[in-house]
Design a binder for this molecule. Structure first.
Ligand SMILES: *Cc1c(COP(=O)(O)O)cnc(C)c1O
Length: 444
């Protein structure tokens, strides 16, 4: 890459926190290569100031609408990241009991936690009500019955909203559309009126309002307008039935550009909220995940081997689909950032793959890279959302470390898992000591 190219790349990086300084890729002024000298690759690396800037920008733009932010924990559930956002006054949107414990461990008050998700268990509902959660988003009649039952047993009132499926096409990847009729999420909009009226009569239920979440990675904002207009008209119908609607949860889904292009305009997003629902006078919440943390992270990896495969040169790196699932799951392409900008004018093409034994373990084909060699380090950009949080230990590979850079310093915020963490879960117990009802059958 020429210096000029390196410079162009610098200006393309979405946030000031990432830049080539003296030819080295830096996060907040810190050389990523120097971090990689101390933390073995692969690892995730996040910029705290990029997350803070994103949060501050969004909350500024939303201020006139009155909407507050609950970060969708599933996008990046590291408790240091949750704490950072919580310190900025963010609430949290969780989808499991595990995420509830993470949010609590990060110091988030239960009064700022919203529980979404299509299949909450009785145990999860019990724990959520036990800690005094702000709101449970109900996704079906059957779930409503369980919530009512648990609240009765616990002698409390469950604060709920109904998640509406507004039948809107989010115009995003089929695997992340959630608001179309037939998607497994929410309750069909036609059924809400009757269900709402019934729930309003239940002493165990503290019925607060409605929620929508139409999908993820929305780059076109117009589906939001369609969904919020439908939501607003439903609110008016419910109110005309004499039913109170105090809260509206507007969901997440704001997309980011994985090629460092200009993403959706958040002022326009705020304008849509203002136009469609602000005048209803409800308490408003949005639940962005990806938009707040995606651009703030990278996956740092090292080339293990080069190999000729047909006409292409394949670079096998030490990161794989188990570390970053998005390419193999959604066909997503993450940009590759060389850690060193190079004066070499050659622009080489590589297919970059991981070592996992799956044909889909491919990050992508890239045509404009400096020459790679065994030992060259590169980073996949825009990997702060749905990266570490989606990782698995498939092929018995370690869950990798996560590093947070903040103000010129870095810290490992999750150590790398080792096989010694995993093997004790599988200690073989001799069958001779087990009969089907003894404790030995269930405890290792
Ligand atoms: C996943 C999810 C979000 C966040 O989605 P993003 O695309 O990351 O903004 C918000 N709300 C609910 C209910 C979700 O399931």
């Amino acid at each position: 890459m020429t210096n000029q190219n390196a410079q162009e790349q610098t200006t393309q990086l979405q946030h000031d926190s990432f830049a080539y300084l003296n030819g080295e890729l830096c996060i907040e002024g810190l050389s990523v290569d120097e971090i990689a000298d101390k933390v073995p690759t692969p690892f995730y690396c996040y910029s705290a100031s990029t997350i803070r800037n994103a949060y501050t920008l969004l909350s500024d733009r939303l201020r006139p609408t009155g909407a507050s932010i609950c970060f969708a924990v599933k996008a990046n559930s590291n408790i240091s990241v949750l704490r950072l956002l919580s310190e900025l006054e963010s609430g949290m949107d969780i989808v499991s009991g595990g995420e509830l414990e993470r949010a609590l461990a990060a110091g988030v008050p239960p009064s700022k936690i919203v529980f979404s998700g299509v299949g909450k268990t009785r145990a999860e509902i019990t724990r959520a009500l036990g800690v005094g959660i702000h709101q449970i988003n109900v996704e079906s009649r059957a779930e409503l019955d369980v919530i009512r039952d648990v609240a009765r047993i616990m002698n409390c009132r469950a604060p709920i909203v109904f998640r509406v499926n507004p039948d809107v096409d989010a115009q995003t990847h089929a695997k992340i559309s959630t608001g179309k009729k037939g998607d497994k999420f929410g309750i069909a909009i036609e059924e809400i009126r009757e269900l709402y009226a019934k729930a309003a009569e239940s002493p165990e239920l503290d019925l607060q309002g409605l929620a929508v979440h139409i999908g993820s990675q929305l780059l076109n904002l117009s589906p939001y307008r369609t969904a919020y207009v439908r939501l607003a008209s439903l609110v008016k119908k419910l109110r005309s039935d004499g039913l109170p609607v105090r809260r509206l949860d507007l969901g997440g889904g704001l997309g980011i550009r994985y090629d460092f292009g200009v993403g959706p305009n958040v002022s326009e997003y705020a304008g849509i909220i203002q136009d469609t629902v602000t005048s209803l006078g409800c308490e408003l919440t949005v639940e962005p995940g990806r938009w707040l943390v995606g651009p703030a992270g990278m996956l740092v990896t090292e080339v293990l081997y080069l190999k000729e495969t047909g006409d292409t040169v394949t670079a096998i790196v030490d990161a794989a689909m188990n570390d970053l699932m998005r390419p193999s799951l959604y066909g997503a392409i993450h940009p590759v950032l060389p850690l060193q900008s190079s004066d070499d004018r050659a622009q080489c093409a590589y297919q970059i793959v991981g070592p996992v034994c799956e044909t889909s373990d491919v990050f992508g084909s890239y045509g404009d890279l400096p020459p790679l060699h065994s030992g060259t380090r590169v980073a996949f950009g825009c990997a702060g959302a749905y990266g570490a949080s989606m990782a698995s230990s498939y092929n018995s590979r370690d869950l990798i470390a996560e590093v947070l850079v903040d103000g010129g310093r870095f810290r490992v915020i999750r150590r790398r898992q080792t096989i010694d963490d995993l093997l004790p879960l599988e200690k073989p117990t001799p069958w001779s000591t087990i009969n089907s009802c003894t404790d030995a059958a269930i405890a290792l």
